[in-house]
Write a protein that binds this ligand. Structure first.
Ligand code: AKG
Length: 254
């Protein structure tokens, strides 16, 4: 069922795949880090979380991406089994990159992604068909809190040639797909619950929704790449220290 949905539509939702303990563990890490870095921290849903102390937010954000529990959530056995099913190879042939937690604040579109294919950014396989994007909501997601929007069946186009766009000098580059392409497809906004996992082909065109709720949207993610295919490109993952934390430690310790 999941495999045929994936083949047909370029994505599928595995329902009740994740044990809730893994989600609670990651929330524990998030809360602990805000407690440590944000002097005014009281609760996760506060809209001001990012505005008041952007430097603390960035320290928390960077720390979460390195945490043990982002790994236990995204690399657990159930996720690997599902990814193996869709990529048609055992887990021992899979590489993983970029385990991450997105934290999208209410009406905050600074990290929203426009229409794109992950195959344009993740070059570990030359062919988008040999990789997969895994998207793990930590609570209910829908149009109200900006869930993912997918162009159904768009993976059948394969990897498209796109040019890089920058919204402003400070924003990061985006490899955006034009409206002329996206409007040819039915656009589906994913509805899912905590415990569900959405898996997309690297070639499936998708974008962020708009979070018009009053709460943060927390979604974990990871990508898997087939290493047993001739198009696999290997490489090193480089540690880049958070600049503000590095500077403040220098002033305290040097
Ligand atoms: O969750 C989102 O808003 C977008 C995520 C996404 O497009 C991606 O990780 O490739």
């Amino acid at each position: 069922m999941n495999l045929s949905n994936f083949t047909q539509n370029g994505y599928t939702v595995y329902h009740d795949l994740i044990n809730f303990d893994l989600i609670f563990n990651l929330y524990g890490t998030v809360v602990g880090l805000f407690d440590r870095f944000d002097p005014d921290f009281t609760e996760l849903d506060r809209q001001q979380l990012r505005q008041n102390h952007p430097e603390c937010f960035s320290a928390v954000y960077d720390s979460i991406q390195m945490s043990v529990h982002i790994q236990t959530l995204t690399l657990n056995a159930a996720v690997l089994k599902a990814a193996s099913e869709l990529l048609k190879t055992p887990a021992e042939n899979l590489a993983a990159t970029g385990p991450m937690l997105r934290m999208d604040g209410p009406r905050d579109e600074r990290n929203s992604l426009d229409w794109h294919q992950d195959s344009a950014y993740y070059l570990q396989n030359r062919s988008g068909a040999n990789g997969i994007v895994v998207w793990i909501p930590m609570h209910k997601v829908n149009a109200h809190n900006g869930s993912l929007v997918i162009c159904k069946g768009s993976h059948k186009l394969g990897k498209l040639n796109v040019s890089s766009v920058k919204k402003s000098a400070l924003s990061s580059e985006q490899l955006r797909i034009s409206k002329a392409v996206t409007e040819k497809f039915q656009q589906v906004q994913v509805e899912a619950d905590a415990g569900d996992v959405v898996m997309l082909s690297m070639d499936t065109i998708h974008r962020s929704g708009v979070n018009s709720s009053d709460s943060f949207r927390f979604v974990a993610g990871i990508r898997f790449h087939r290493m047993d295919t001739s198009d696999f490109v290997t490489g090193k993952i480089i540690f880049q220290p958070n600049q503000l934390i590095k500077e403040s430690l220098r002033s305290q310790h040097d």
